[in-house]
Design a binder for this molecule. Structure first.
Ligand SMILES: Nc1nc2c(c(=O)[nH]1)N[C@H]1C(S)=C(S)[C@@H](COP(=O)(O)O)O[C@H]1N2
Ligand SMILES: [Mo]
Length: 362
């Protein structure tokens, strides 16, 4: 795996929010850790000693329990899954071109990445403590506390998803120990759901009869109509990712030799849907050609695609859109998608290429 320090666009140093260039994600089933985006809410990463770390599991359970890392490893079988994480704010910059989103991070195309995560199934832990089947939600709390809102990072997922076999308490990423920056010693990985549900630096798992009342569940990560303002409980809590795709290479604005140019990207269906088709257009969606889809590493990972274009000299805007197995297709226009927190920009992917005639050295 690539260990070179990758160039990241740093949106903020504290909290550390950074994304790779789109080309760093191109053509790879697994994103090297050095090119994996970072999305944090607290200025400081919590300092956790894995030797003394414990996970508390409580709430509506028969036997509340505390597990050390060693206890998790001994008691439960290890499972690995290739999973794409994607921040709900990925591609927010496209919404900011429609109308400003003050205070929100202007993510480009890189707030997403795919890794092989290994750890134990949350379901196995919940069964071990006797989670009450009458419960509805599982609250996942991290050890990090942001000054605003001054509470630990906590969100919830429905009990049904928490019990699904793909949801992991992961201690490894791309076959190496989970890096501190990505939530060591243990983070949650909730495949198919927005990145916000994959809680890092996991501290506590609480079985409950309601979603988390914390800020990150009740105010943030909710989709609001364009004319509403965020307030507790308003809007729709985001869960499964909406079908999305992007062009990953060439870079937006790249100069390429005229003639045959390979355009490559990813598509992600989200939830338990799958990508069934990706189209490419060079006439702003008047006509489309189907791209070639690569085999998928797992049902929870993105689907890489490519398409060879024959580009005339001059400027061409390349547009791509994906379809999912529920018949969902990406919408054309970010203006229709604009929302007050700037989530879920899944409008058509667009990059502009400048093709230069014949004389370029190859
Ligand atoms: N404890 C904790 N978990 C967290 C966050 C956080 O700030 N604190 N950010 C969430 C969000 S919004 C995303 S998109 C992913 C990002 O994971 P990464 O930084 O490993 O890429 O972590 C999620 N889990
Ligand atoms: Mo996120």
């Amino acid at each position: 795996m690539d260990t070179q320090p990758a160039e990241m666009t740093v949106h903020s140093a504290q909290p550390y929010n950074a994304e790779p260039a789109r080309t760093a994600l191109a053509g790879r089933e697994l994103t090297p850790v050095a090119s994996f985006y970072h999305r944090n809410h607290a200025a400081e990463r919590p300092a956790i000693d894995p030797a003394t770390w414990t996970l508390r599991v409580d709430g509506m359970v028969e036997r509340p329990a505390t597990f050390s890392l060693g206890a998790l490893r001994e008691r439960f079988a290890e499972h690995a899954e290739v999973v794409t994480l994607q921040c709900a704010g990925n591609r927010r910059s496209g919404l900011m071109e429609v109308a400003d989103l003050p205070g929100e991070t202007p993510w480009g195309p890189g707030a997403t990445g795919t890794a092989r995560w290994a750890g134990v199934r949350l379901a196995d832990v919940l069964r071990d403590v006797g989670a009450d089947p009458a419960a509805s939600d599982v609250v996942l709390t991290g050890a990090d506390v942001a000054d605003e809102p001054g509470e630990p990072y906590a969100v919830s997922v429905p009990l049904e998803k928490a019990l699904a076999p793909e949801v992991l308490l992961a201690w490894s990423m791309n076959d190496a120990p989970l890096p501190d920056a990505h939530g060591a010693p243990v983070r949650v990985v909730v495949p198919g759901w927005i990145g916000a549900r994959s809680v890092k630096w996991l501290d506590r798992v609480t079985v409950a009869d309601a979603p988390s009342s914390g800020f990150y569940q009740s105010v943030a990560y909710r989709l609001l109509p364009a004319d509403a303002s965020p307030a507790p409980g308003r809007g729709v809590a985001l869960g499964p990712i909406a079908v999305n795709a992007d062009v990953l290479s060439p870079a937006d604005g790249a100069e390429v030799p005229a003639g045959s140019v390979r355009v490559a990207g990813y598509a992600l269906a989200g939830g338990d849907r799958s990508v069934v088709r990706v189209d490419v257009s060079t006439d702003d969606g008047a006509t489309w050609t189907e791209a070639e889809l690569a085999p998928q590493a797992s049902r929870w990972s993105w689907r890489l695609w490519h398409h060879d274009l024959d580009l005339p000299a001059g400027t061409t805007r390349v547009v791509a859109r994906a379809w999912d197995s529920a018949g969902g297709v990406q919408p054309a226009d970010p203006a229709e998608l604009w929302n007050p927190k700037g989530y879920v920009n899944n409008s058509w992917a667009r990059v502009t290429l400048h093709a230069v005639p014949g004389t370029m050295e190859r």
